[in-house]
Design a protein around this ligand. Structure first.
Ligand code: CA
Length: 229
C-alpha cells in the first residue's frame, strides 16, 4: 500500500484529502506545520508528498527544496494562489505537479495515482531485476551468478558458469569448440580447445541426471555442442 504524507495547515482541506485518498486505498498521514512536515518527509518513508505552500514555521518552497535534495518521490504542491504556482514553477524546485485551491478531491486522487504509476515505471527501469534464464529445471541467475538444478543450487567455476550461460542463452544453436573457446576464454589463454571439452564434462556432472545421456548440453559429433531448449 502506498503511503502518502500531506503537509497542510488548513485542517478541513487536509481531512478532505485524507478521506478521499484513504477511500482509494492509500495510507495517509497529516502534518499541519512546516517544520514537523519537513522532518517527517525527510525521515520517514513515504511514496508521495502533498505539500501546501503557505505553512507555519517552514514554507512549502523550502520543504520541497530539501526533500528533493534527499528523496526520490513525487511531490504535488498545493497553493491557494495561481500566482504562487507560477512562482514555484519558475523556481524549478523539482515539484512534480501543482494544484490550485479549491480543487476537486477526485482530481487530486487521479493525479496522485498518475504520479505513483509514473514513479513505479521510473524505478522499475532503474532498479534492474535480476537477469534469469530458466530452461527445463535449470535456473541461471546471471546477475547473481548462481545456478539451480531442479531447485538445488550448484557451484560453478567462473568459466563453467560463463560457458553454461552462453550455451543456455543460445539454445539449439550448435557451436564448435573453437567458437566456444573464443567466446569464453577470449584472448587470455593460448588456445587449447581441449579446455572446452573438460569444462563441458564438468558442467554436465553438475546439471545432467545421466552424463552418458545428456538432456541439456548435447554433443553434436564432429561439430561441437548445443544446449537443447
Ligand atoms: Ca496553508
Amino acid at each position: 500500500m502506498s503511503k502518502i504524507l500531506i503537509v497542510e495547515d488548513e485542517e478541513a482541506i487536509a481531512d478532505l484529502e485524507k478521506d478521499y485518498l484513504e477511500l482509494s486505498g492509500f495510507e495517509v498521514e497529516i502534518e499541519n506545520r512546516g517544520d514537523t512536515g519537513l522532518d517527517k518527509a525527510l525521515n520517514d518513508d513515504y511514496d508521495l508528498l502533498i505539500l501546501d505552500l503557505m505553512l507555519p514555521e517552514v514554507d512549502g518552497f523550502e520543504i520541497c527544496r530539501q526533500v528533493r535534495e534527499k528523496k526520490d518521490m513525487p511531490i504535488i504542491m498545493v497553493s491557494a494562489k495561481k500566482d504562487d504556482i507560477d512562482k514555484i514553477r519558475g523556481l524549478g524546485l523539482g515539484a512534480d505537479d501543482y494544484i490550485t485551491k479549491p480543487f476537486s478531491p477526485s482530481e487530486m486522487v487521479a493525479r496522485v495515482k498518475a504520479h505513483l504509476a509514473r514513479y513505479d515505471r521510473l524505478i522499475g527501469s532503474g532498479q534492474k531485476v535480476n537477469d534469469v534464464i530458466e530452461i527445463r529445471g535449470i535456473k541461471i541467475d546471471k546477475t547473481a551468478r548462481r545456478v539451480w538444478v531442479n531447485g538445488e543450487e550448484k557451484q560453478f567455476t567462473t568459466k563453467e558458469f560463463d560457458l553454461l550461460t552462453f550455451l543456455a542463452e543460445n539454445p539449439n544453436h550448435v557451436f564448435t569448440k573453437e567458437e566456444l573457446f573464443r567466446e569464453i576464454w577470449d584472448m587470455e589463454s593460448i588456445g587449447d580447445i581441449a579446455t572446452v571439452t573438460v569444462h563441458i564434462k564438468k558442467i554436465r556432472e553438475k546439471i545432467e541426471f545421466n552424463t552418458a545421456k545428456p538432456q541439456y548440453i548435447e554433443t553434436i559429433w564432429g561439430v561441437g555442442y548445443r544446449f537443447k531448449a
